[in-house]
Design a binder for this molecule. Structure first.
Ligand code: SIN
Length: 515
């Protein structure tokens, strides 16, 4: 029986664990916090798929490729968009209750989608509902679950991943051995001072895979969400709010997006995020405003019905968005890059797979299309489970093993230990929405001046990962000299192909659903 170790318990990890167990594997799942603590449960907007008669996989693929600014892998995009609808039906079978209206599944519109194709649940609690259903599903399988178990390093023997070293809940080191290891550890928003990500998002899987010798790619492509609430914790205010018709205003109350892009507030996420960032700079750092009052004027009670979680967060922060615009700011949201995989989740290191945000499948290119992340996790987790079960073609010959990276610090290293808050501030200031060679070089040299701690507990293990990933991200941003997608170099020209805008008439409005 194939022994599978899954690391991470968001949609990607839970899905892989369920389907590997269904295929007869012996599955162990380890997760750094409790089940449900990862980014999946934070996803608001929804999951995109071409499920409606006015839509098609081709249309979804065209939107995904356009948002990706010419750097998507078209084969991966085709897989995503063609297999997406079947995976959404699987989610319904797993017990996910998507919102419905009189016509069936309700759907919303988000930026850079030419059709309303975003399914949602609980209004703005799509990820939480998916996590709930998948946790219930995995508990019905014979999967051994270890919570509060922090990945330290992958075990590699004879050029193959054979397990992982993990710190258990009591801080003891333990080795988990397996025939196949699946990384599903999510993203790394905590590299930056402002993020919509939960505190577990410290890039553990990418850093560990890189140290083990796996290839990583596209780390310069970090997606900044344009509309986090400018309040402690920068909670996300879903793009779906703009999809319903909310607009952005500057400090004088004027709309500014339509002068920047014909798609206005529904331009691709990187375009809107940079526009917000610049407008904030022009008004001495004062936040831009998100104005949803028109939605409420049209339909009293709409905001609380359609977006109950955001409504709560906004009110908890002391704002009433039904009567006045609320302050927003960009925040780090999603890593397009990660551990390089083929179309079956296989990395360049034998025995190691990667699924979900930790992976770089090629579907997102330089900028992810909104609500494609949950879909990517589902589609490629299904494929990873098929690969584990032996139902995938042989690995591409271009995959070549790399020697594991040596430890950065020696025992007599005199450099100071990395300071997490200082690292996050540095990444935000120098490796954030706008970058230039001087700032990146400065970041690179400051990062080199820090030493990683010994990973003796969760905090130190995370700090080591954040330092490795910050260095890798900065180096990738320095190496890519042009501006493309989410990677904007203020000292360089834009790459040729960015975001062809569909005709305005082609931007389908969402059907307003009954909550
Ligand atoms: C959002 O709801 O705006 C976020 C959705 C996503 O990241 O795709």
């Amino acid at each position: 029986m194939t022994r599978v170790l899954v690391i991470g318990a968001g949609i990607a990890g839970l899905w892989t664990a369920v389907r590997a167990a269904d295929a007869g594997c012996e599955v162990e799942l380890v997760t750094k916090a409790g089940l449900g603590a990862g980014s999946t449960a934070y996803a608001q907007g929804g999951i995109a798929a071409a499920l409606f008669p006015d839509d098609s996989a081709d249309r979804h693929a065209a939107d995904t490729l356009a948002a990706g600014a010419g750097l998507c892998d078209p084969r991966a995009v085709r897989v995503l968009c063609e297999e997406g609808p079947a995976r959404v039906r699987d989610l319904i079978r797993f017990g996910v209750e998507f919102d419905r209206n009189g016509e069936g599944l309700a759907r919303g519109l988000e930026a850079a989608h030419s059709r309303a194709r975003i399914l949602h649940a609980g209004g703005d609690a799509t990820g939480a509902e998916i996590e709930r259903a998948l946790v219930a599903t995995v508990r019905r399988r014979a999967v051994a679950i270890h919570e509060h178990a922090t990945l330290v390093d992958l075990l590699v023997e004879h050029g193959r991943a054979v397990g992982a070293v993990v710190l258990d809940a009591g801080g003891e080191r333990a080795e988990y051995r397996a025939d196949v290891v699946v990384l599903a550890t999510g993203g790394a928003g905590r590299l930056f001072r402002h993020t919509t990500n939960p505190d577990v998002a410290t890039g553990d899987g990418v850093a560990a895979a890189w140290r083990a010798g796996a290839e990583v790619a596209d780390l310069e492509f970090v997606q900044f969400h344009p509309t986090a609430l400018a309040a402690p914790g920068t909670p996300l205010v879903s793009e779906a709010v703009r999809g319903e018709g909310a607009v952005l205003r500057d400090a004088t109350g004027a709309r500014f997006m339509t002068a920047i892009d014909p798609r206005g507030e529904l331009a691709p996420r990187d375009v809107v995020a940079r526009a917000v960032w610049r407008r904030m700079a022009e008004q001495d750092g004062a936040p831009v405003l998100l104005d949803a009052t028109g939605l409420e004027a049209e339909d009293p009670g709409f905001l609380a019905r359609r977006f109950p979680g955001i409504d709560r967060a906004v009110r908890d922060a002391g704002f009433d968005w039904a009567v006045a615009p609320v302050p927003i700011t960009p925040a780090a949201h999603y890593a397009m890059g990660g551990v390089t995989t083929d179309l079956w989740g296989r990395t360049t290191l034998a025995g190691l797979l990667a699924v979900g945000e930790v992976a770089r499948t090629g579907v997102h290119g330089a900028n992810r299309l909104a609500s494609n992340s949950l879909l990517e996790a589902a589609v490629f987790a299904e494929r990873a489970a098929a690969a584990i079960a032996g139902d995938a073609p042989a690995r591409a010959s271009s995959f070549r093993p790399v020697a594991p990276r040596p430890a950065d610090a020696s025992v007599d290293d005199a450099r100071p230990l990395v300071d997490r808050e200082a690292l996050q501030a540095l990444m935000w200031d120098r490796v954030g929405l706008e970058r230039d060679a001087a700032g990146l070089a400065e970041a690179s040299s400051l990062l080199a001046g820090w030493r990683a701690p010994d990973p003796v507990d969760r905090r130190t293990a995370e700090d080591r990962n954040l330092l490795d990933l910050a260095r890798l991200t900065t180096a990738a941003a320095l190496a890519r000299r042009e501006s493309v997608g989410a990677h904007f170099r203020s000292d360089a020209s834009a790459a040729a192909s960015v975001h062809p805008a569909p005709a305005a008439a082609d931007l389908a409005r969402p059907d307003r659903e009954a909550a």
